[in-house]
Design a protein around this ligand. Structure first.
Ligand code: ADP
Length: 664
């Protein structure tokens, strides 16, 4: 292969990916003056990466196989838009040697290593063979060609249990089984092979000694096409669930300076064994003392930002410069480690329901500003839909600080200050995880999350006085904002005598908690049981400042019909507003007077004057606080008069219709 054909300058870059990584690559490419082309599936027409790119090409139906994994369509998209280069992101085709080759054959620059390098490193067995020759430390194990039962079981015996059976083509923790005794080996191999065949179309297995209480440590490396190869320190990714990383940090808090240099040197040796070009990661498993090579990833990793934050290097910029054919701009001793960075992966999933993915529309997306060491790489915005077709990662939140403790605090603060609604996210879980004392103390291993799961997903606290008051304040603020000229607004806050409005809230199936708002002449107060509290609200973005009993504190609030979400200094609360009209039916029957129960708008008149009505027959519909409420005949009779019209804004207690009871 001709090097100048492989790597050369280009002006237009196609990003063969979606979500946050596509957005992140577009950002740097744009900053470098490149034109960007996004690709998308039918499910992603309105996705953020499509909006960010200069141009966008529809690939096909939602299923990844028909869109993001369709090599032919991707090459065609590049041709049609005049793209000269392709960035594969991570996942999808990023480690697919055939795709890299197809790009080369089509005259496109592939932002990554050559197909040959990918093939050499792509199989765990093959790469282990290479590493063995290069003198990189390996976990004791078997990575030979022969795959018959006898060979595998002999290898397992020799290594000694517990062992790990792994798919050679594996990724994402699939096709992997821990085996603790000889008796478990046969069934484990059968099931791992089945999974590997389905996931990768390749069921070759390797066997490794299972490192007890393992840690995951990996080294970022970057090579150029001039023979330079650099390591950019290591990341610790020990906090995993089902072999998937959840929290990553750099540098590893487990290693001292000497161990750091050893693992980085081993990684350079590993990548040097294939004269690696591009960004890549050498992964190691560690017993806390020594590190053992497990595999190489020939692409950018999800967790690359933590490396960027401690080195000040934009890895995508370096990838692009390497793809331009440039030499790396720094020497090894010019790469300095500065401070500490921690990343959390924000997913649309429900930790209390076995991390089931959550799909739907993101109705609220409020993340803190990227200041004070905080960085957010997002792939979604408010109003976007999380579809069931792809990985459910929404964003990554990354915090940098001079020390690990402060980086953790900053990340936690960032998570705590985030409100994402409409779908369920793992944000509270991430917060609980990074503030766990054992995480703080780095007393963890890859099994930590699984062991601590119940503590990390424990139920939310019950709402207290502050939350009940905040709930009422949220409703009042929402009503005032919804319509500044609403009768509630003018009426509720005018000195027209003292009035009381009652509220009840419930969490899940818990008991109803009651609170009343006293308003009218004089300052409004809130009453809970015997206590009467003065309060004031000052609305702000996403909520309000609530002063209660002389203490001002911020409240984030989202109101969706009867559901209230609140975030106070005590945490997050989901409250159900028990129907203020009595019963949960949103209907009212039996009241004798047909009057507005609260200020509202007449949205429908459902019966004509003079009509004969059965008891309970609908007369008109009011919209009160965004909820529809139908007023009905309190008894059988004749509708004598209707005193309002559609569109009327009516005050509380005003009679809206008169029904004359039939004489019986
Ligand atoms: P995949 O490619 O599916 O992600 P890896 O080989 O990278 O698989 O391993 C994933 C995770 O499994 C590692 O991060 C580590 O936590 C654990 N692991 C891998 N090999 C071993 C081993 N020999 N002993 C203990 N844990 C291991």
């Amino acid at each position: 292969m001709d090097r100048s054909k492989l790597y050369r300058r280009f002006r237009t870059l196609l990003i063969a990916n979606r979500g946050e990584i596509a957005c992140r690559v577009i950002r740097t490419a744009r900053a470098m003056g490149l034109r960007t082309v996004a690709v998308y599936s039918e499910a992603d027409r309105d996705a953020m990466h499509v909006a960010l790119a200069d141009e966008a090409v529809l690939l096909g139906p939602a299923r990844a196989r028909d869109s993001y994994l369709n090599v032919e369509r991707l090459i065609e998209a590049a041709k049609k838009t005049g793209a000269e280069a392709v960035h594969p992101g991570y996942g999808f085709l990023s480690e697919n040697a055939e795709f890299a080759q197809a790009c080369y054959d089509a005259g496109l620059v592939f932002v990554g290593p050559t197909a040959a390098m990918m093939t050499a490193m792509g199989s765990k067995s093959g790469s282990k063979g290479l590493m063995e020759k290069a003198g990189v430390p390996l976990v004791p194990g078997y990575h030979g060609e022969a795959q018959d039962d006898a060979t595998l079981s002999k290898a397992a015996d020799k290594i000694g249990f517990p062992i790990l059976v792994k798919a050679s083509a594996g990724g994402g923790g699939r096709g992997m089984r821990i085996v603790r005794s000889a008796a478990e080996l046969g069934p484990a191999i059968v099931s791992a092979k089945r999974e590997a065949k389905a996931a990768f179309g390749d069921d070759r297995m390797l066997i490794e000694k299972y490192v007890d209480n393992p840690r995951h440590i990996e080294v970022q490396i970057v090579g150029d096409s001039h023979g330079n190869l650099l390591s950019l320190f290591e990341r610790e990714c020990t906090l995993q669930r089902r072999h998937q990383k959840v929290i990553e940090e750099a540098p590893s808090p487990t290693l001292n300076a000497a161990q750091r240099e050893t693992v980085c040197a081993a990684a350079r040796k590993a990548a040097g064994a294939v004269n690696y070009v591009g960004a890549g990661t050498i992964e190691f498993v560690s017993d806390g003392k020594d590190v053992f090579f497990i595999e190489m990833n020939t692409r950018l990793q999800v967790e690359h930002p933590v490396t960027e934050l401690i080195t000040g290097i934009d890895l995508v910029e370096w990838q692009l410069r390497v793809a331009f054919g440039e030499a790396l701009p720094l020497k090894q001793d010019e790469i300095k480690l500065n401070g500490h960075a921690v990343e959390a992966r924000v997913y649309a999933e429900n930790p209390t329901k076995n991390f089931m993915p959550s799909v739907g529309r993101i109705s609220t997306w409020r993340l803190p500003a990227e200041t004070g060491g905080l960085r957010i790489d997002a792939g979604y915005r408010e109003g976007d839909t999380v579809s069931p077709y792809y990985d459910a990662m929404l964003a990554k939140m990354i915090a940098w600080a001079p020390t690990r403790d402060v980086a953790i605090d900053r990340l936690n603060r960032g998570l705590e200050d985030s409100d994402v609604r409409g779908i369920v996210t793992n944000i509270p879980f991430l917060s609980a995880l990074i503030t766990h004392p054992k995480v703080r103390a780095n007393a963890i291993d890859t099994g930590f999350i699984e062991r601590e799961l119940s503590a990390l997903t424990s139920a939310a606290a019950a709402p207290g006085e502050l939350e009940l008051c905040a709930a009422v304040a949220a409703i009042v603020a929402d009503e005032r904002q919804a319509d500044a000229s609403s009768p509630w607004h003018t009426f509720g806050w005018q000195p027209v005598g003292r009035r009381q409005r009652n509220f009840a809230f419930r969490v899940g199936h818990g008991p109803e908690q009651k609170i009343a708002l006293n308003y009218g002449s004089g300052p409004s107060t809130l009453v809970i049981g015997e206590r009467e509290l003065a309060f004031a609200i000052v609305p702000k973005d996403g909520g309000f400042d609530l002063t209660l009993d002389g203490i001002k504190s911020p409240v984030a609030a989202v109101i969706d019909g009867h559901e209230l979400y609140l975030r106070t200094r005590n945490g997050r609360f989901d409250l159900h507003w028990v129907d203020p009209f009595g019963g949960e039916t949103e209907e009212q029957t039996g009241a004798d007077k047909i009057a507005a129960p609260l200020p509202g708008t007449v949205v429908a008149v459902l019966a004509e004057e003079g009509a004969k009505l059965e008891k309970g027959a609908p007369i008109l519909t009011l919209e009160v606080m965004k909820m529809e409420q139908t007023l009905r005949a309190p008894y059988a009779g004749v509708l004598k008069s209707i005193k309002c019209r559609v569109g009327d804004i009516v005050q509380e207690g005003i009679e809206l219709a008169v029904v004359e009871p039939s004489e019986e």
